[in-house]
Design a protein around this ligand. Structure first.
Ligand SMILES: *Cc1c(COP(=O)(O)O)cnc(C)c1O
Length: 387
């Protein structure tokens, strides 16, 4: 089976992990802060807070921005469920913005129209969570401008996008957002097994996220509330937090993988370039790339239009699997999931997202995909069109 994505673990990665196992600290040692400094330095943000998943990082990001009951959060219809669940964990309402059909990212015109309508009804969102689908940045300058105009905060769900750039700078520098979140699940660009990081340029948000990550506890004497001086208070719980900590074992892998990030993204671009060239002569539509963005190419997606190629998405999907190529589908519109339907969302809510769901496929894309494997993927697709 050729998967659509997989991790690349080197001997050096393994040695770094093993050396933590032989050291004094398996967790809460020196490597988590070192990993945080490295991520922040790499992407150009002031602060980075590591968590045990991007889902946890999205949750503490929402909490840090005071998302709670009575608030509404908007995200894009085409994303992984975690981009929406983080708002629900906080007791807030969730709503979805339809996509731009060419990029698959949140559509700016639809966002603006929805904001204008919500403004009239007094139902503006507190936070908007754009998602950099496949690793290609959203139009963040426009989203940030709308944030200023309508008074909402922005969390970038950059789970796909570490190593990607927008306007020539790394995604995660938070120039156009309050917080950016990365995922280090093994199918993503770099991995810690499970893990995530939130970056921000706000000291206050970084302190709040750190506390929510670890039970709501502070051990900073300057941050504690007054207590009798004859009592020992070496920590205080100030709010209700969670145990969302990353371990030093994972941070060691993360540090080692981060050193390989540029190499990974370059390899992904080389693979994308081969697909682009071949597909220019075939009846498929790859994701459109905008000039402001340099994708990390977490995913390489194509759309199968029956009117174009005479085959349905289902036929091509099944055909690939029969040939041992495990293509995937990113994503089913979140609001069509049974849980979200029970919250009151109905099919037909986002037209472009639903068309996307019926046409899109994710092809194998990962740094260790060999030339031979990639040409097999292309040959199989050609054959499936002819059959
Ligand atoms: C993978 C992913 C997440 C969740 O990441 P975890 O690290 O697995 O929690 C969130 N959002 C998007 C868009 C993702 O692809």
């Amino acid at each position: 089976m050729i998967p659509y994505g997989r991790q690349s673990i080197s001997d050096t990665d393994i040695e770094h992990v093993v050396s933590v196992l032989r050291s004094d600290f398996l967790t809460q040692g020196p490597l988590v802060p070192a990993f945080e400094r490295s991520v922040a330095g790499h992407v150009g943000a002031e602060f980075a807070i590591a968590a045990n998943s991007a889902t946890s990082a999205l949750h503490i990001a929402c909490l840090a921005l005071d998302v709670g009951p009575g608030d509404t959060v908007w995200t894009t219809a085409i994303t992984f469920v975690a981009s929406a669940n983080c708002a629900l964990y906080c007791g807030a309402n969730i709503d979805f913005v339809d996509i731009n059909p060419l990029t698959g990212n949140m559509c700016i015109e639809r966002l603006r129209a929805k904001l204008e309508k919500a403004n009239k009804e007094g139902k503006l969102p507190k936070v908007v969570i754009p998602v950099h689908l496949c690793g290609q940045s959203c139009d963040m300058a426009s989203i940030s401008e709308l944030a200023g105009q309508f008074g909402f905060r922005v969390i970038e769900d950059a789970s796909h996008a570490i190593g990607g750039k927008y306007e020539g700078s790394f995604v995660g520098n938070c120039k156009y957002s309050d917080i950016t979140v990365f995922s280090f699940h093994p199918v993503k660009i770099i991995t810690t097994g499970e893990g995530g990081v939130a970056t921000t340029n706000s000291h206050e948000l970084s302190v709040r996220m750190r506390q929510f990550r670890s039970h709501g506890i502070t051990s900073d004497p300057n941050d504690m509330e007054p207590r009798p001086s004859d009592e020992i208070w070496n920590y205080q719980q100030k709010r209700l937090g969670y145990n969302y900590r990353l371990t030093d074992i994972q941070a060691a892998l993360g540090l080692s993988q981060l050193a390989r990030l540029d190499e990974f993204v370059a390899k992904r671009h080389a693979i994308a370039a081969v697909y682009d060239t071949e597909f220019a002569r075939m009846p498929v539509v790859p994701q459109k790339q905008i000039p402001e963005a340099y994708s990390s190419y977490h995913l390489y997606t194509i759309r199968i239009r029956e009117s174009h190629c005479g085959k349905t998405q289902r036929q091509i999907y099944d055909g690939f699997w029969r040939e041992g190529i495990a293509v995937n589908l990113h994503y089913i519109p979140v609001y069509r999931q049974p849980y979200f339907e029970r919250l009151g969302f109905e099919s037909g809510y986002c037209y472009e997202a639903e068309r996307y769901h019926q046409e899109v496929l994710s092809l194998p894309m990962f740094p260790t995909l060999s030339e031979q494997q990639q040409f097999l993927v292309i040959d199989v697709l050609q054959k499936l069109f002819k059959d």
